[in-house]
Write a protein that binds this ligand. Structure first.
Ligand SMILES: [Zn+2]
Length: 431
């Protein structure tokens, strides 16, 4: 099937092009971008009129937990350790695979409606989670979260290995190995998890240096810095996506920069949990690839990457008391092409280029409350709300068009099911 998106202004995120955005028609053939041209006159089966609209590569959320939608905004007045120990983990222990199906489904719809086409996800309840991801046809870098320090870690490893073997070669699905963090996994378990990355040639994705007390704990336990500890564990021999990295010493930045490491910063989550502000400007200067995550909705409030993009930009400018240290285009890169690089998907997604998969979104910025658009890139990073996301396309498949989902899902029924899950879990928690 040939689809053509006509008359739109395309922000390609392809630095090889002279202009950051231009009027182009996009031809999509069997899910792939086959032409980017002015005024396409060739054949087509479907046309999408993007007159006065903006086309952008689908956003890439480099750190999230899609199953956590029922914990949305539950972290008020709690630090990271108290929130996890008292509010999240006791409840998660009672969640079934079916619960995780519904909570992930809710997150997938949130992503489609807010313009995210790929997520880098780690959670448990993988059967349910995968079902929701496959039903909604979003692109996923997926994993079974591996914790340690208890007798179930062997079981989790087996579960994860079968998951990889059963899902080889799927177009929308790739995997990472995801030890939860250095503070929740024993050294022995971390070494076991590293072997899986070697066996299956997979990147590793983990929480890292999220707050000061975590960093102090790691230094005490390992008698060396967190980056050196990772190096000693063999983790830097792999493609590595470190979520948070709120506190990384200058020396550790140099260690990470000399390996294939990306920092997936989660500014909203870090602010809500009082973790601090990562020094992204310095990380970038030292040559570390920066990408953006929302974290789960528990600490990150929502999966709307536009909101998180605006926050990360403003935070760095405020931290440095200097508006020139970061810019909207840098931030947009973090949410698109840099994310693709972090996830080993830069040949497929992250920019609108001939030969790449057709993962893209169409924005309508014509509503009065954000009118007019003078500087397009800044407007996209700082003023786009979910209601501006008009159309979402993944792998050439239109999942939302003119604000209407094209996938079959009964949203009211889903909300009912989510409420039932919350009621049941709260009842258990109260006992
Ligand atoms: Zn997280």
């Amino acid at each position: 099937m040939i689809q053509v998106i006509k008359n739109g202004t395309v922000i390609t995120m392809d630095d090889k092009r002279e202009k950051k955005y231009e009027k182009l028609d996009i031809v999509i053939t069997e899910g792939e971008i086959t032409e980017l041209t002015e005024n396409y006159q060739g054949p087509y089966d479907k046309i999408i009129d993007a007159t006065n609209k903006i086309i952008l590569p689908g956003l890439i959320n480099c750190h999230t937990h899609l199953g956590m939608s029922i914990f949305r905004a539950t972290n008020d007045n709690l630090n990271l350790q108290d929130w996890l120990n008292h509010k999240i983990w006791p409840i998660e222990n009672h969640m079934t695979d079916e619960d995780v199906y519904y909570t992930t489904l809710l997150s997938c719809i949130e992503m489609i409606k807010t313009g995210t086409t790929t997520s880098n996800d780690m959670y448990f309840g993988v059967g349910g989670s995968l079902k929701a991801i496959e039903e909604t046809k979003v692109r996923s870098v997926f994993s079974r979260c591996l914790t340690g320090k208890d007798s179930d870690s062997k079981k989790r490893i087996e579960e994860f290995k079968s998951l990889i073997k059963e899902n080889q070669g799927k177009d929308l699905l790739t995997f990472t190995v995801t030890p939860h963090s250095m503070y929740t996994c024993s050294k022995e378990d971390l070494l076991e998890y590293e072997k899986i990355a070697t066996e299956f040639h997979l990147p590793i994705h983990m929480h890292y240096s999220e707050n000061q007390s975590e960093v102090e704990g790691i230094i005490k336990e390992y008698q060396t810095s967190p980056a050196q500890a990772l190096k000693d564990l063999g983790y830097l021999n792999h493609k590595l996506i470190l979520a948070h990295g709120t506190f990384i010493s200058e020396e550790d930045q140099r260690i990470l920069a000399s390996h294939d490491v990306s920092i997936a910063t989660n500014p909203v989550s870090n602010l809500n949990l009082g973790c601090g502000i990562a020094d992204l400007v310095q990380y970038k200067k030292n040559g570390i690839n920066l990408c953006l995550g929302t974290d789960g909705q528990g600490s990150g409030n929502n999966l709307n990457m536009f909101y998180h993009m605006s926050v990360v930009d403003q935070l760095q400018k405020a931290k440095y008391q200097d508006p020139t240290v970061m810019g909207s285009y840098d931030v947009l890169k973090m949410a698109t092409i840099n994310g693709a690089k972090a996830l080993n998907l830069e040949n497929k997604i992250g920019s609108i280029e001939k030969g790449k998969k057709a993962d893209m979104i169409i924005l309508d910025l014509n509503n009065t409350e954000i009118y007019p658009t003078v500087d397009l890139i800044t407007q996209v990073v700082h003023n786009v709300e979910s209601n501006n996301v008009d159309t979402t396309i993944i792998n050439g498949k239109v999942l939302m068009e003119n604000h209407k989902l094209t996938i079959e899902v009964d949203e009211e029924k889903l909300k009912e099911n989510i409420h039932k899950i919350i009621d049941r879990l709260m009842e258990k928690e109260a006992k």
